[in-house]
Write a protein that binds this ligand. Structure first.
Ligand SMILES: Nc1nc2c(ncn2[C@@H]2O[C@H](COP(=O)(O)OP(=O)(O)O)[C@@H](O)[C@H]2O)c(=O)[nH]1
Ligand SMILES: Nc1ncnc2c1ncn2[C@@H]1O[C@H](COP(=O)(O)OP(=O)(O)O)[C@@H](O)[C@H]1O
Length: 189
């Protein structure tokens, strides 16, 4: 693995604002956001290649066998994984590469690439997290409950693998904190 670029793992409970924060970071042309593959069904306004590469379970398992993923995990009854090739290419090009993945995946990345910058995004509190998930209007009550349960487990287990914890209360403040972490790590290489 090249050490030219910087690999940044961004995790946090569903609905905490990871996607929103990553979109802000992407305004810097030196930042590349990895597009994950998933076996979950696309939502209403999702097309393959933009939010996710939507693929079948068979195709996913084939790519696992071919060592095509940097990491992968089973989340909410589906597979999610980071395609290896584009991440390695972008690191070689000297880019800051963002992986927006869950704690299981982040832990695998940290093990294989200890130089990765591990950032965990926290909600101001659990009520606010629930209302963000609800306001997004994408999930059924059952799915919302599953997501909130996983949120608590993730917050409890993140302590071990993650180096930085950023509370997303004001979006602007959270984005600036993440930018500062990234800049400091780039400069200290
Ligand atoms: N390990 C791993 N987790 C991923 C990947 N892509 C997305 N996830 C995680 O899968 C979970 C569910 O994603 P999704 O159903 O799209 O809902 P989201 O929480 O709104 O992003 C989130 O916790 C994501 O961080 C990936 O490539 N690898
Ligand atoms: N700092 C914030 N304050 C209020 N709402 C926010 C903030 N950050 C994100 N949101 C909103 O919360 C919802 C979930 O954000 P999203 O980025 O989709 O989360 P995630 O990618 O972590 O699942 C979205 O409707 C988003 O606009």
């Amino acid at each position: 693995m090249s050490n030219k670029g910087l690999l940044v793992v961004i995790s946090g409970p569903s609905g905490v604002g990871k996607g929103t924060i990553c979109q802000e970071l992407l305004k810097d042309p030196n930042v590349y956001l990895s597009v994950s593959a998933t076996t979950r069904k696309p939502g209403k306004n999702e097309t393959t290649g933009k939010s996710y590469l939507f693929i079948s379970k068979d195709e996913f398992e084939k790519q696992i066998e071919q060592n095509g993923f940097l990491e992968y995990a089973g989340v909410f009854d589906n597979y999610y994984g980071t395609p290896r090739e584009k991440v390695e290419q972008s690191l070689n090009d000297g880019k800051t590469v963002l992986l927006e993945i869950d704690v299981q995946g982040g832990t695998q990345v940290k093990k294989n690439m200890p130089q990765a910058v591990m950032i965990f995004i926290l909600p101001p509190d659990m009520q606010e997290l629930e209302s963000r998930i609800r306001n997004r209007g994408r999930d059924s009550d059952e799915t919302i409950l599953k997501r909130l349960k996983k949120a608590q487990t993730e917050i409890d287990t993140a302590q071990e693998a993650y180096d930085y914890f950023v509370v997303n209360d004001s979006l602007e403040k959270a984005v600036n904190e993440v930018k500062t972490i990234i800049d400091n790590r780039r400069n200290s290489k």
